[in-house]
Design a protein around this ligand. Structure first.
Ligand SMILES: C[S@@+](CC[C@H](N)C(=O)[O-])C[C@H]1O[C@@H](n2cnc3c(N)ncnc32)[C@H](O)[C@@H]1O
Length: 341
């Protein structure tokens, strides 16, 4: 069994020694994939350099996404060509995952909860997952058997929270694997730092991703919004996210408040719809505007559907989908999933 602990030496290169030292005392790595993930990173770095060199002409010319967008049939062909190959999991190598990010805990209880969970993982022999309020064992943890995904997740994560939600990200990535083979565009409502969008795009071809991806966010917290402000929202965030996608003309970042921002900036057909707005009224507005545009077989992922902290979303979405003859699949990650008929 291989235990992957997100505070390994590789993470140190990401988050700095200070962060590593801060948490190391409560997160001793018994075994880790440091060397393997370093191998992934090196391979990715080389690939990145080669890709950038190859696509330099495109970057300089910066053709619009509309120009790049091929006809539907070609999109499907391009999509198949770019699909990451099936990884072959080793029969006796199982990865475990512990990352000390748990939500909805009183501050004075946090250290104790982390200690108890970590202690529990020591008693577990088979692949366990203990992060993001999702504690289980005897799992294949398939996301770590998929090197294309492990690369994309690791390279794009900007915070320990991004690392902790690896299973949620794999739900997005594998949904995207399905959706990229359908007609229609990709949409994320609530793009925030763009980490979720870029993880999916990098899993499916990176700068060669064959679809348009519409990433909506207000990027600044405004009066009257009943979601809690995320730590990085503010005047700088929009430009920061734009810079992140400089080499990705197929990613359209739309700044503005949903649903107003859909006006004049909305794909006609959607194959992948990820809604992550942390407030029921905006999520329902997004469904009102976008669900009819989702193609048959297209997938709708509702990020916080199964979380009690966002129960108002579930209550509103259950009514909304019931009226249309759908029942949301609650996933153990806390996401909800609907497949359009
Ligand atoms: C939880 S974050 C999204 C995280 C992101 N999907 C990810 O995977 O990293 C929620 C985001 O929704 C945005 N948001 C909330 N209500 C909004 C609205 N009505 N219009 C546009 N953006 C909104 C916030 O600005 C925030 O960035």
């Amino acid at each position: 069994m291989v235990k992957y602990c997100c505070h390994d030496s590789t993470s140190a290169e990401y988050w700095g020694w200070r962060e590593l030292l801060r948490v190391a005392w409560r997160c001793p790595t018994q075994y880790n994939l440091g060397q393997i993930t370093k191998g992934f990173m090196l391979a990715n770095l080389l690939r990145d350099i080669l890709t950038r060199t190859k696509s330099k002409a495109n970057i300089e010319g910066r053709p619009s996404a509309a120009v790049l967008k091929p006809a539907a049939k070609t999109i499907q062909e391009a999509g198949r060509h770019l699909l990451p190959p099936r990884s072959v999991a080793q029969p006796h190598t199982m990865t475990s995952f512990f990352c000390p990010v748990f939500w909805g805990i009183q501050e004075q209880e946090r250290a104790r909860v982390i200690e108890v969970v970590e202690d529990l993982t020591k008693s577990l022999q088979h692949g366990f997952h203990a992060a993001d309020n999702f504690i289980c064992w005897g799992r294949n943890n398939s996301m770590f058997d998929d090197p294309g995904f492990a690369d994309a997740w690791k390279q794009n994560a900007e915070s320990i929270s991004d690392e902790a939600i690896v299973w949620r990200r794999y739900i997005l990535a594998t949904s995207a694997f399905h959706c990229v083979q359908l007609e229609g565009d990709f949409v994320e409502c609530g793009a925030y730092t763009g980490v979720g969008v870029k993880t999916v795009v990098d899993y499916l071809g990176g700068t060669q991703f064959p679809k348009e991806f519409w990433a909506y966010d207000v990027f600044e917290h405004q009066d009257g919004m009943d979601n809690h402000p995320m730590p990085d929202v503010g005047p700088e965030l929009f430009q920061r996210v734009q810079r992140k996608f400089n080499d990705y003309p197929q990613v359209r970042i739309v700044k503005g408040r949903i649903p107003d921002s859909f006006e004049g900036n909305c794909p006609e057909r959607i194959c992948y719809l990820h809604i992550d707005l942390n407030q029921a009224s905006a999520e329902i507005a997004a469904l009102d505007h976008l669900f009819d545009r989702v193609v048959p077989g297209g997938m709708v992922i509702l990020d916080d559907y199964e979380w009690t902290a966002y129960r108002a979303q579930k209550l509103a979405e259950d009514v909304w989908f019931d009226a249309r003859g759908y029942r949301v699949m609650p996933l153990p990650t806390g996401q909800g999933l609907v497949i359009k008929r």
